[in-house]
Ligand binder design. Structure first.
Ligand code: SAH
Length: 350
């Protein structure tokens, strides 16, 4: 496998069957087997070349859990009557940004379900309010599929980045995870549109989602190779009992960590979070992820009283902890591990 990893480092892409061979070895041996160890060393060297020991922290504000979509894996899907719905007001969102700014966050991520209440006018008001009050901060949106016109309004209002995981790049697999009124083609098109408008974009997928094969993951990697996003979010699938896919097995933290290493070699300058889902199923693997090239973490800045309601999957970590104490603890842990958390937006390096 070493020759494949060397090739990946050199050419930043592999053939599909080569990706499958590499993924097969990594899932057979575990992330700390011979292949994984070799991959990690390369990934870490690349990450250090571009980012040194920096880890960027992003303040995540989950501002609505209303959603018009019915994704079969997601706990806040429209079809879950047990989800207790909430929305934050523009004022509450700005309050969380103020608290985040005091905690040294210089990126705010607004994430939510696809909630029609937040129409263009309301979103533009929120984004411009943030842009005006925090001119030195990046604004990241993660609000799903919209028209080009809507994305342009967000961009003009001052948003800089957009996270939209493609979820899976295989159309058949996409169809098994989503209702018939959603399409992979549209989601992928949205990503290219966002990039064209000028957003730094983040694609990504769940590892170990139901029916996923290693061939599917190879297809995800090939899609990412074509899109060349500035960010990639991957995390293990975690079943939510109130969804149609609630009885499937969770994804592997181990394989997720290995795939982070592959992504770092494919896209040397990519912003790569060690995600909350990863930390949820295995707290140690969030730290391992940093050793495989991850360089971003996204602590939760949502108000305490809504946190447990943004319940995409079960057992999300730090539900009961004030952002301030959580961030202080995270920073000191990162310091112990030899990482820095610079006071910076942490943009994609040009
Ligand atoms: N509505 C927004 C935000 C979605 S939530 C959008 O469409 O982009 C953010 C991510 O959580 C999703 O993209 C999905 O990959 C992940 N997610 C949803 N349910 C999950 C589950 N059960 N386990 C793990 N990750 C999940």
């Amino acid at each position: 496998m070493r020759n494949l990893i060397d090739k990946l480092e050199r050419e930043h892409i592999l053939e599909k069957d080569e990706f499958i061979a590499l993924l097969t070895a990594l899932s057979r041996e575990g992330h700390d087997g011979e292949t994984g160890t070799y991959l990690a060393a390369k990934a870490l060297a690349v990450r250090e070349k571009y980012f040194g020991r920096d880890v960027y922290l992003r303040g995540l504000i989950e501002f609505t859990n209303y959603c018009k979509n019915d994704c079969l894996y997601c706990g806040i899907r429209r079809g879950n009557p047990k989800a207790e719905r909430y929305r934050l007001s523009a004022r509450e969102i700005l309050d969380r940004c103020r608290a985040g700014y005091e905690l040294d966050f210089r990126t705010f991520v607004l994430q939510g379900g696809e909630d029609p209440y937040f129409n263009d006018e309301r979103m533009v008001e929120i984004i411009s309010g943030m842009r005006q009050e925090f001119p030195d901060c990046a604004i990241t949106l993660s609000v799903g599929e919209k028209s080009r016109e809507t994305y342009e309004k967000y961009y003009q209002a001052g948003a800089d980045r957009f996270l939209l995981r493609h979820e899976t790049a295989a159309p058949d697999h996409y169809g098994l995870l989503h209702p018939a009124d959603m399409s992979l083609a549209n989601r992928q098109e949205c990503l290219f549109t966002l990039k064209d408008i000028g957003f730094q974009v983040g694609a990504g997928f769940m590892v170990g989602s139901p029916f996923q094969t290693l061939e599917n993951i190879a297809e995800d990697l090939l899609f990412i190779g074509r899109l060349k996003p500035q960010m990639v979010g991957i995390g293990p699938f975690i079943p939510h009992p109130e969804t149609p896919l609630g009885s499937y097995e969770r994804g592997s933290a181990d394989l997720t960590v290995s795939i982070l290493g592959i992504l770092r070699l494919m896209l040397p300058k990519v912003l790569l979070p060690a995600t909350t889902a990863l930390g949820t199923i295995d707290p140690e693997s969030r730290e391992k992820a940093l050793g495989y090239g991850a360089n971003v973490m996204m602590p939760n800045l949502s108000p305490l009283n809504v946190r447990q309601k943004y319940d995409i999957y079960v057992g999300k970590i730090h539900l009961d902890e004030e952002a301030a104490e959580g961030v202080a603890r995270l920073k000191s842990r990162l310091k112990e591990l030899g990482y820095e958390t610079p006071l910076s937006r942490g943009d994609f390096p040009v």
